[in-house]
Write a protein of this length. Structure first.
Lengths: 113, 116
C-alpha cells in the first residue's frame, strides 16, 4: 500500500509560536492534498485543498493567513499554523490523493499551551 | 451540500456479539463514493471500504460486511463476532466524483467499545 509520512506526530508549543507539519507521499505522487482537522471526539473537518504548484483553496471559516499550506512538489505538502493559540489545539491529518485514490497521514496532535 | 449522519454516538457490545453501525447520507450528486474508516486510539485512519454509487451489491470481507441501500441512502456496516481489537471510532464518509479532487465529508463517527 501507499506510504504517507506525516511529521511530527505530536507537538507541544507555546502560544504565539508557529508550527509546521509535513506530509510526504513516499512512493507515489500526490496531485491533490487535503488537510483535515479533528477536535477531540469530533469528526474530521476539511480545512483546505491544494494542488501542486497552486494556491490552496480554503473551506469557509478557515483562516488562510493562519493556516499556511504549501504544496511545492508532488511528494511534499506542509501546513504551518502561525501564531498558534490554545484554540488551535487539535489533531491535524493530511490526505494526499493520487489517481482518485485517497490516502491518509498518521496525523499530528498539536497542543498549544 | 453533502451530509453524512451517524446517529449512533457510542455503542458497547460484549465480545462475539454482532454489531451494526448505521450511516445515512445526503447528496445531490448522481455519482459518488462512500467510505468507511476505522480510527483506533492511535489516531491514524484505516481504510475499510470504498463503494461506488452505481454498485449496490453488498460486500463481505471476513467479519466485516456492508449493506448499501440507495433507496434509503444508507450504507451500514456490520461486524460479526466482534473482538476487543475492533474497539475504535468508525467513520462513514462521502465524496462526489468530480475533477476537483475527492474531498471527503465525514460523519461524526461511532465509538465502538467491545468488552470481554
Amino acid at each position: 500500500g501507499a506510504v504517507v509520512s506525516q511529521h511530527p506526530s505530536r507537538v507541544i508549543c507555546k502560544s504565539g509560536t508557529s508550527v509546521k507539519i509535513e506530509c510526504r507521499s513516499l512512493d507515489f505522487q500526490a496531485t491533490t492534498m487535503f488537510w483535515y482537522r479533528q477536535f477531540p471526539k469530533k469528526s474530521l473537518m476539511l480545512m483546505a485543498t491544494s494542488n501542486e504548484g497552486s494556491k490552496a483553496t480554503y473551506e469557509q471559516g478557515v483562516e488562510k493567513d493562519k493556516f499556511l499550506i504549501n504544496h511545492a512538489s508532488l511528494t511534499l505538502s506542509t501546513l504551518t499554523v502561525t501564531s498558534a493559540h490554545p484554540e488551535d489545539s487539535s489533531f491535524y491529518i493530511c490526505s494526499p490523493q493520487a489517481n482518485e485514490k485517497l490516502f491518509f497521514g498518521s496525523g499530528t496532535q498539536l497542543s498549544v499551551l | 451540500a453533502q451530509k453524512v449522519t451517524q446517529a449512533q454516538t457510542e455503542i458497547s457490545v460484549v465480545e462475539k456479539e454482532d454489531v451494526t453501525l448505521d450511516c445515512v447520507y445526503e447528496t445531490r450528486d448522481t455519482t459518488y463514493y462512500l467510505f468507511w474508516y476505522k480510527q483506533p486510539p492511535s489516531g491514524e485512519l484505516v481504510f475499510l471500504i470504498r463503494r461506488n454509487s452505481f454498485d449496490e451489491q453488498n460486500e463481505i470481507s471476513g467479519r466485516y460486511s456492508w449493506n448499501f441501500q440507495k433507496s434509503t441512502s444508507s450504507f451500514n456496516f456490520t461486524i460479526t463476532a466482534s473482538q476487543v481489537v475492533d474497539s475504535a471510532v468508525y467513520f462513514c464518509a462521502l465524496t462526489a466524483v468530480t475533477g476537483g479532487g475527492n474531498k471527503l465529508t465525514f460523519g461524526t463517527g461511532t465509538q465502538l467499545k467491545v468488552e470481554l
